[in-house]
Design a protein around this ligand. Structure first.
Ligand code: PLP
Length: 368
């Protein structure tokens, strides 16, 4: 089967050299030399102030909430991977879903204000598929009500915004370095902040809250990245320009050949796509079912990212409706995109979509 995403494997010889270093140092984890090296390189590459590596992107979110001492309600997007919501629930926080813009697929800033109560402590938007949120509008609401903003930037590795990195917005941004993401360290993630105090606290939290031997200052957890993951990350980072350019070539071909045939995510004008995902919004859910099964018959995997809309998860304490997110969730499909995707496979995918969804039909509210 053709997968929807395929992890990048760097040069084996290069990876072996790092593994040799691990054998020499015998330090496998606990802020080892390769983790320090990767932190340093990523901080520079992304142009951020503090970047703390962690073991995955879900713990990155949970630690972000803990570091900011959040309690009560957090306003978040219903259109995301389940970890955005489940991480809140694990920290005993209440997710309050605020609907999305059907074009950008990001949280709609004009809907947020109505969701604010005296229990609201933060806003948790997602840069969906790497597309930057309307950060100015979100910042001004947050400032007006004195709320923290945490961006789930799991898809937004290296997304630019107005000439700087999107990770520079909000109190904290989090990244995932899972094997299927644009940049990966097998499993891994990072927490980004401008605040010296928050960064210092995060460093304690990821290591059980231990300040030094015999002095445990905070109730922490174990979220440390190990040296083997850092070794993979260092190798993948060397290849990141190549990975991006290959992905963008595939992304651009989808855009060009599917334009007008299927609805595509509208990208923030102050940014450029990063090639992380290739979503298409079909006219109806039944069209989606046909496209998905015909592609499966041809040996091609697609993924229903994101379905269901997170406000419809069965284990939530109460029900909120988010019509835009529910509608998009039912008919959005992510297509294969990864550096080695063969051109003839991409042609097949494009022709199956064109067969069932020859033009954009269904209306999205607010469409001009
Ligand atoms: C992948 C992902 C996460 C979780 O990251 P892991 O590293 O897999 O734990 C969180 N949020 C979003 C939006 C993601 O896509």
């Amino acid at each position: 089967m053709i997968p929807v995403s395929q992890p990048w494997l760097p040069d084996r010889e290069k990876l072996n050299k790092y593994i040799e270093q691990i054998y020499q140092s015998r330090q496998l984890t606990n802020n080892g030399p390769l983790v320090k090296q990767l932190e340093h390189r990523l901080t520079k590459y992304l142009g951020v102030k503090h970047l703390i590596l962690v073991s995955n992107g879900t713990l990155a979110l949970q630690i972000a909430y803990k570091a900011l001492e959040l309690t009560g309600e957090v306003i978040t997007s219903p259109f995301s991977f389940v970890a955005t919501t489940s991480s809140l629930l694990w920290q005993n926080l209440t997710p309050v879903f605020s609907d999305i813009e059907p074009h950008s697929l990001n949280i709609d800033p004009t809907a947020i204000e109505k969701k604010i109560t005296e229990k609201t402590k933060a806003i948790l938007p997602v840069h969906v598929f790497g597309n930057p949120c309307n950060v100015e509008a979100i910042t001004s609401i947050a400032n007006k009500y004195n709320l923290h903003v945490i961006y789930d930037a799991a898809h937004a590795f290296d997304s630019s915004y107005n000439g700087q990195n999107i990770l520079n917005f909000g109190s904290i941004s989090t990244l995932s370095f899972h094997a299927t993401k644009l940049f990966h360290s097998i499993e891994g993630g990072a927490i980004i902040t401008d605040s010296d105090d928050v960064a210092a606290k995060i460093r304690l939290l990821i290591n059980f809250g231990i300040q030094q031997e015999g002095h445990i200052r905070l109730c922490g957890i174990n979220a440390k990245m190990n040296e083997f993951s850092a070794a993979m990350g260092l190798c993948v980072l060397d290849d990141i320009d190549l990975i991006k350019s290959k992905r963008l070539a595939i992304f651009d071909k989808y855009q060009q050949q599917l334009q007008g045939k299927v609805r595509l995510q509208r990208w923030n004008l102050k940014s450029a796509p990063n090639g992380a995902y290739a979503p298409v919004i079909l006219n109806t859910e039944s069209t989606l079912t046909k496209v998905k099964s015909e592609l499966a018959e041809q040996g091609i995997t697609t993924r229903r990212y994101f379905y269901p809309s997170l406000n419809q998860l069965s284990f939530l304490p109460d029900t909120i409706t988010c019509p835009e997110s529910e509608d998009i969730s039912r008919r959005i499909l992510c297509l294969p995109i990864y550096p080695e995707l063969a051109p003839h496979i991409q042609d097949k995918i494009i022709s199956v979509i064109t067969k069932y969804n020859a033009r954009v039909e269904s209306n999205i509210a607010g469409e001009s």
